[in-house]
Design a protein around this ligand. Structure first.
Ligand code: 13P
Length: 249
């Protein structure tokens, strides 16, 4: 049985003070939650002070990005070990904003995944199609390509433990959510694809989230779908009140 996993992605939001204030409040609101895994992926500068607040609670931390080298002359980048050292268990890899704005491709993301596994970080690999691909019916091909390239050379034992977030670009920050049926259709396809690439046990173990305008009012019907194991939440994860409602779907 897969445990539900609700994660926030703060993107480029919150100073240290704001981040600490938010998790201090969230910690109180979700202290009784035992049946859902909770994480916040936050800007790197916030992670150390956030960890002071949430260490030994049910709130885990994640980074929003890493580089794929262990150390060296890569000005401005962060290694998996650095992220680990400030208390992170998770790291988002290949968010569509990294792909679209910063030109990250599937080959680079594959390297990042491998480096994350080597440091024992759990990656949340984001995949999903653009509006034009959805309208042309090419969304199955898009995610299939992203999985083939992204997971190339990665072992089943690592895949079992990672997370995939299906985030259609047209639903991110737009207020337009995929319907639960649309999300279930493609997420069950992703699970079948994992079974083909690996085996049935791996496909049944991996957790697959939906992301794109998840809010307190729509999370319940999304989470009711059999193949959807969680949500990756942008805007609604910035406030403790709304994020806690999503966590308690
Ligand atoms: P929104 O929830 O703001 O649409 O963002 C989704 C997202 O990109 C999470 O990674």
């Amino acid at each position: 049985m897969r445990r539900p996993f609700i994660a926030g992605n703060w993107k480029m939001n919150k100073t240290v003070d704001q981040a600490v204030e938010m998790v201090t409040e969230l910690k109180k609101l979700v202290s009784g939650v035992e049946d859902v895994d909770i994480a916040i992926c936050a800007p790197a500068v916030n992670l150390y002070p956030m960890n002071e607040v949430v260490a030994d609670t049910n709130i885990a931390l994640g980074a929003e990005n890493i580089y794929w080298k262990e150390s060296g002359a890569y000005t401005g980048e962060l290694s998996p070990a650095m992220i680990k050292s400030v208390g992170c268990q998770y790291v988002i890899i290949g968010h569509s904003e990294r792909r679209e704005i910063f030109g990250e491709n599937d080959q680079l993301l594959n390297l990042k995944l491998k480096t994350a596994f080597a440091e024992d970080l759990k990656p949340i690999l984001c995949i999903g199609e653009k509006l034009a691909e959805r309208e042309a019916g090419a969304y199955f091909d898009r995610v299939k390509f992203q999985l083939d390239a992204g997971l190339s050379g990665i072992e089943a034992e690592n895949v079992k433990d990672m997370v995939i977030a299906y985030e259609p670009l047209w639903a991110i920050g737009t207020g337009e959510t995929a319907t639960p049926e649309q999300a279930e259709e493609i997420i069950s396809f992703i699970r079948e694809k994992i079974a083909k690439l690996y085996d049935q046990a791996t496909a049944e173990a991996i957790r697959i989230q939906y992301g794109g305008s998840v809010k307190p009012h729509n999370v319940k019907e999304i989470m009711a779908q059999p193949n959807i194991d969680g949500a990756l939440v942008g805007g609604a994860s910035l406030e403790a009140e709304s994020f806690s409602k999503i966590i308690k779907f």
